[in-house]
Design a binder for this molecule. Structure first.
Ligand SMILES: Cc1ncc(C[n+]2csc(CCOP(=O)(O)OP(=O)(O)O)c2C)c(N)n1
Ligand SMILES: [Mg+2]
Length: 382
């Protein structure tokens, strides 16, 4: 099943017994004897706590599958477009992590908000920004969701509740917390999800925000997408307590839970419970989703110096799309998956054509979306 959906590029070499058996994988760091081995490497250990996965209606399963596949195919083509220099600047792919965005957004209501880091293409697509608008934004075209001025790291469309990708690690945590404050202040039944990478939990602002969220009973879910690396640094080399979910209960009385971020239904179950809690009881939750990015940190990172092929393959064997297909073999037959895949590929191809044929923003765009009131700019030319 895995071969149906995994990107060709991301399939690694032969798996050593230790990885296939789910035991310890030696990271680069341990090979030099400097740090402990990476954790979360076996099926049993990867989810020490967590809600059992839910059962959803067929229609919803099909949609969840479609969304994960859309994200996968969209980003495979994004990488190609980048290599063709149609896309320039920073570009961070989400391939491998799809279950986190898809499972969590599926647990939200229409009026809810999400905030993401720079790894934001999938979140934008799932939260309702069209493939055309996301691809055009990547191309820097004016038909993009941010008018072509944001690019890869700044997907945004307020009407959909996608409140933006952000380039500064931890920088959006106060923005998300502020929106949750607005929901509480106005007594609205809205929930905010603030996604972040695991490097953000060591930023001061993260702690300030969690303190406020708990004190003020804010309807927010902080989701750490722990893909085990912040650029090339393994989590256990950067965090004194690398079981991140343990950090918030004692310090802020915010319950911390960990879930298997490669299992879309488990993510859904965990986030649904947190969303109910936020909406009904006005309490925040901290979720650590263990996941893995198959590609490098960004397009300029070949990801060969800090991890090895066996480690990548270990995670690809837990591929979230193949896993959902395997959980429901009668639903996701080979023909069904093939047909869905063809349709998605057409949608992505159409998005590329649209982006390519769109115009770049003109000089007048320099003066828009900078300040609320541009104070007389642009100046009239004599
Ligand atoms: C405040 C700040 N410091 C450093 C950087 C450079 N930087 C960009 S991404 C990154 C690693 C973040 O890793 P993580 O939070 O785990 O997210 P991931 O990339 O794995 O999704 C760093 C250090 C930055 N953007 N902002
Ligand atoms: Mg990370």
């Amino acid at each position: 099943m895995a071969s149906k959906t995994q990107s060709k590029k991301s399939s690694g070499g032969k798996t050593p017994k230790s990885a296939a058996g789910g035991h310890e994988i030696k990271t680069h760091a341990t090979a030099h004897g400097k740090a402990r081995a990476a954790q979360y490497t076996s099926d049993d250990e990867s989810v020490p706590i967590g809600r059992p996965p839910v059962r959803l209606e067929e229609e919803r399963l099909i949609e969840i599958h479609r969304q994960m596949l859309l994200c996968r195919r969209f980003e495979e083509r994004t990488a190609q477009m980048y290599q063709m220099r149609k896309i320039q600047g920073f570009c961070h792919l989400y391939i491998g992590q799809e279950a986190v965005a898809v499972g969590s957004v599926a647990a939200l209501e229409k009026q809810d908000y999400i905030f993401q880091t720079y790894r934001d293409h999938a979140h934008a697509l799932i939260r309702g920004i069209s493939a055309r608008e996301v691809m055009a934004e990547l191309f820097g075209k004016k038909t993009g969701c941010s008018g072509g001025k944001g690019g890869s790291m700044h997907m945004y469309k307020a009407e959909t509740g996608m409140m933006g990708g952000n380039g500064i690690v931890g920088g959006h945590v106060p923005l998300a917390t502020g929106v949750a404050f607005k929901s509480a202040y106005n007594d609205l039944p809205e929930v905010t999800i603030c996604y972040m990478g695991e490097a953000a939990v060591n930023q001061g602002v993260f702690h300030e925000c969690l303190n406020m969220a708990s004190l003020w009973n804010l309807p927010i879910i902080y989701i750490v997408e722990n893909n085990l690396y912040g650029m090339g640094t393994a989590v256990h080399r950067a965090s004194a307590e690398d079981q991140l979910y343990k950090r918030t209960e004692g310090a802020y009385r915010i319950p911390g839970v960990r879930c298997d971020g490669m299992d879309v239904l488990e993510v859904y179950a965990e986030v649904k419970a947190a969303a109910d809690r936020a909406r009904n009881d006005r309490r925040p939750t901290f979720i650590e989703a263990i996941t893995y990015r198959y590609r490098g940190h960004s397009m300029s990172d070949p990801a060969t110096s800090y991890r090895n092929k066996a480690e990548v393959q270990h995670w690809q064997e837990r591929d979230p799309i193949a896993r959902l297909q395997a959980q429901y073999p009668k639903l996701f037959t080979e023909e069904m998956v093939k047909a869905a895949d063809e349709k998605i590929k057409e949608e992505v191809q159409d998005a590329i054509k649209f982006a390519d044929e769109s115009d770049f923003p003109g000089p007048e765009a320099l003066y828009t979306n900078v300040y609320v009131d541009c104070q007389g700019y642009p100046k009239k030319q004599d």
